[in-house]
Design a protein around this ligand. Sequence first.
Ligand code: 3HC
Ligand code: NAI
Length: 707
Amino acid sequence: MEFDTASPPSSPVTHALRGKVLLVTIDNPPVNALGVDVRRGLAAAIDAADSNDAVEAVLIVGAGRNFIAGADIREFGKPPQPPALPDVCNRIEASAKPVIAAIHGAALGGGLEVALAAHYRIAVAGAKLGLPEVTLGLLPGAGGTQRAPRLIGAEAALSLMLSGRHVGAQEALKLGLVDRVGHSDDVLAEGIAYAQELLAARAPVRRTRDAHGLADRAASEAAIAAARAAKKSHGLFSPQKIVDCVEAALNQPFDEGLRFERKQFVACLDSPQRAGLVHAFFAEREVQKAPETRNAEPRPLRTVGVVGGGTMGAGIAVAVLDAGLPVTMIERDDDALARGRANVEKVYDGLIAKGRLSADAKAQTLARLDGSTSYDALANVDLVIEAVFEDLPVKQAVFAELDRVCKPGAVLATNTSYLDIDAIAATTSRPQDVVGLHFFSPANIMKLLEVVVPARVSADVVATAFDLAKKLRKVPVRAGVCDGFIGNRLLAVYRTAADHLMEDGASPYQIDKAVREFGFPMGPYQVIDLAGGDIGWATRKRRAATRDPNARYVQIADRLCERGWFGQKTGRGFYLYPQGARTGSPDPEVEAIIAAERERAGIAPRAFSDDEIIRRYLAAMVNEGANVVHEGIALRPLDVDVTLIYGYGFPRHRGGPMHYADTVGLANVLADIREFAKEDPLFWRPSPLLVDLAERGATFASLNQSA
Ligand code: 3HC
Ligand code: NAI
């Protein structure tokens, strides 16, 4: 007879006897995070098992799609509620009866730590095991830093904890993280069968705290030294602490090591990096929730057309091919089409050269790429992405062709960087089908996709754009139509702030260094040299006629471009690139040009500290971010944060410019802007939203609820 040990029906953790095995089920949608009720329920279940003679073993499983996704991230920063997870894990490990974890889906962070505290582990196909705390500015804080190295050795444990990567069931078996991989994906049946087998074999309680993964002291020390020397985690707080914890695991008794881990975990929890990374985690999920994705169904998406096979068209084609969809590319003539195809092939050849792709796989992928010089080839596609020259009449001509040939209901998208998408839509007979899909270069790699929503587009087209982003594994951000949408609009302003700093006395090299030290991978002048100075030059010339004559205009970049110094591709720009070097060195001639420009403009150069540079650079970014939110171009401040993190290299651990501004204090940012405005009131106009929030003592975070 089945004996139900009473667990309150409202608890997310229930337990029931299956023969001699107490089946403990965690059911806490959406991902079985270890909130306080789950922690209580788990501890109670182990108590129930220990006090019930009918129970000979305990089996822990997760309901739904996952085992346990980890600690409840929403509880971080709030007052702790007992029992603490490390205590729950200790309670599990101390159980006098064998505890078995049966893993399907995610066993991440605290979820894997629960499994490590169990005595035996089985995983089924599709399981994802990992200790991703580092991606949230944390370290495994429920015994993971002490148990994982004891179980699988210092090197493997460090690799998991420092990368945060997930491993599948087979790799977990190879590493020794699990004892067995189930034959089927029925986790419950596999778990029960394994538990019964262990009972039949009288398998003893086997505690990870007593495992011998660190027995080879020399190998452990070498792994710790190598991890300490690695530069990858530059500027981050928690990776070094993870290494410290593994060192403690090697040198201290288990309980001491746990205490050490706890202290380091709390230090990480209290760090601004943790707050920034957790903000980024939730923000990248919130951006998916645009109003249109909630209120409309996406249209079917089986075939895609791409118009233009240049830098962006080819990159977009690769992104779509990589998602398994067929692509039809349109170019102007046979030569251009051959170049477009070659651009696509080049990407795959690069992967083959690096040993990351086989020639067969390339051939299979390219079999899905079709090309034509006739728009008629697009008659049946579900979605077309236009990526031709950045010129309104050219794009309007393309859209006239698309309007002529595409089937009713096809989504017509443009990859324009700046142009007025309403004006493109208006020249078609179907403006409801026209949307912006702003990819970033290289389009097959960069994660950001701005979904630009013109006035007359229908909601299901926007939903289709978000659906495409999901298929391409990109992070979509909804943006309204304006010059530059969210990202490029902010970029124009903070680059201008950098130019002002340069003309006022900071060298481009100091500015780049300050920006890198803040956490960007590159400074603004390195980025210009990489992308090609000619692109911005062409834009500036195009806009010369409409520029406000009273606005300050720094001509330094124009002087470089007039000399043909476009950056890396010409061997010099703001930096020198001798013999095709990828990293530039400072150029005294550039400094002389800057000096001459200062003189021409009548500016006496002054010194700026790195901190002053960052304050101006960030204030410009934040102020324009506030403007795009105020104007409804971005739904919320978090959409600006995600755009800058995924498209412009903003350091994730600082959470994006708007989150960062909250940490600085909006009143302080506003005070800076008002101070800078004394020199240049036209450029430094405080955003009405920033003024309003700062005066009310409010934050950007207060505007981040789902729009
Ligand atoms: N805590 C709270 N909420 C969580 C969560 C967690 N650990 N993990 C996911 N969620 C929420 C998401 O915010 C989302 O909420 P929403 O629907 O309101 O937007 C919902 O669960 C579904 O998440 P996803 O959209 O990400 O679902 P997927 O199916 O794509 O992915 C997942 C599932 C792989 C589990 C992914 O959510 C994930 O990677 N989660 C985080 C895992 C993690 O980092 N765990 C470590 C936590 S730190 C820790 O454990 C500390 C410990 O050492 C003490
Ligand atoms: P590109 O010059 O590399 O490629 C443009 C391609 O379009 C060329 O191959 C050209 O032959 C083709 N083309 C021109 N007119 C055509 C027509 N009528 N029919 C078919 N093909 C035609 O330009 P790039 O850099 O790829 O830019 C394309 C678009 O993407 C522009 O709107 C640009 O603003 C935008 N964009 C560019 C980014 C970048 O970093 N390069 C980033 C994001 C957007």
